[in-house]
Design a protein around this ligand. Structure first.
Ligand SMILES: [Zn+2]
Length: 282
């Protein structure tokens, strides 16, 4: 028997695809796609409640180029403007779960944001600390002590690695200050690349946005609403990877680009993004 859905606890998940090592299910109630059993691989980027990040993606975060730096500055400025609009003010604190090597953080700090980031992977953290010091900490989000609240909580390309999404959402809500905002994204299950990989079996380890062993969970808009919609008034939307506000930094060197394309780590199409404001407690 399949385990219950990790987002809504429904027991009616339907098998959608058989990999050699696991089976992919979809929960019709909330739209979560999940692998059962979870395929575990030890890595500096994995923890008790999270599965590893592709090394190609981590390498990309560690190797900044001038083109990427420019793109980080644009993303930070445009997101800063959007966050100001949601919060109704121009000074705020921010916490990034699964942050990169400080490039985005450094840009937010230049804009006056009280930025703090954490990552489980010591390689990313050491590189980030060289850039912005103790604003980046090595922590497992599930185990860290929550000792303060932030105005903006963000997590990009994180949920697809999380094995305990309900606990993750609870802790995000605990970290979020009154009237605060949440922002994040996941690979889209309905993006062009994901659809292609569902129709044509190009890669034995891939089905839609699921890529073994790195992405074993995929979200639909209603899954995001189910998970975070009780605490946040959310909007979900598709974004292209090169969107100037909500996209990813993906100007890669040729070698890493080829590696990423082959391993399928970059969804090379669209992400499902979400942004919203904390609902006031009654
Ligand atoms: Zn469900």
């Amino acid at each position: 028997m399949t385990e219950s859905c990790r987002v809504c606890k429904s027991d009616h998940a339907v098998a959608k695809h058989a990999f050699a090592a696991t089976t992919l299910y979809r929960c019709p109630a909330c739209g979560l796609w999940f692998c059962d059993p979870v395929v575990r691989v030890e890595s500096p980027s994995s923890g008790p409640s999270s599965i590893l990040t592709d090394d190609g993606y981590s390498d990309m975060l560690l190797r900044g180029t001038p083109t990427q730096a420019k793109r980080y500055a644009t993303l930070a400025l445009r997101r800063y403007q959007s966050y100001c609009k949601i919060l109704g003010r121009s000074t705020f604190s921010m916490f990034e779960i699964g942050c990169g090597a400080g490039e985005l953080g450094a840009e937010f700090m230049k804009l006056g944001v009280d930025y703090h980031g954490m990552n489980i992977d010591t390689r990313i953290v050491e590189s980030g600390q060289r850039r912005i010091g103790n604003r980046i900490r090595q922590e497992d989000f599930f185990q860290m002590e929550i000792d303060r609240q932030y105005d903006v909580i963000c997590f990009h390309q994180v949920l697809e690695h999380i094995t305990e999404p309900r606990l993750f959402a609870e802790r995000v809500t605990e970290c979020s200050g009154q009237g605060g905002a949440v922002h994040g994204d996941v690979p889209s299950m309905t993006g062009l690349s994901a659809l292609l990989h569902r129709i044509v079996p190009l890669n034995q380890r891939r089905f839609g946005a699921i890529i073994l062993p790195h992405h074993q969970f995929a979200y639909e808009p209603k899954t995001i609403q189910h998970l975070l919609g009780r605490a946040f008034r959310l909007k979900t939307f598709d974004v292209k990877i090169d969107d100037p506000t909500w996209g990813q930094v993906n100007e890669l060197s040729c070698a890493i680009w080829a590696y990423s394309a082959i391993s399928g780590v970059l969804n090379a199409g669209t992400n499902l993004a979400f942004i919203g404001k904390r609902m006031e407690l009654q």
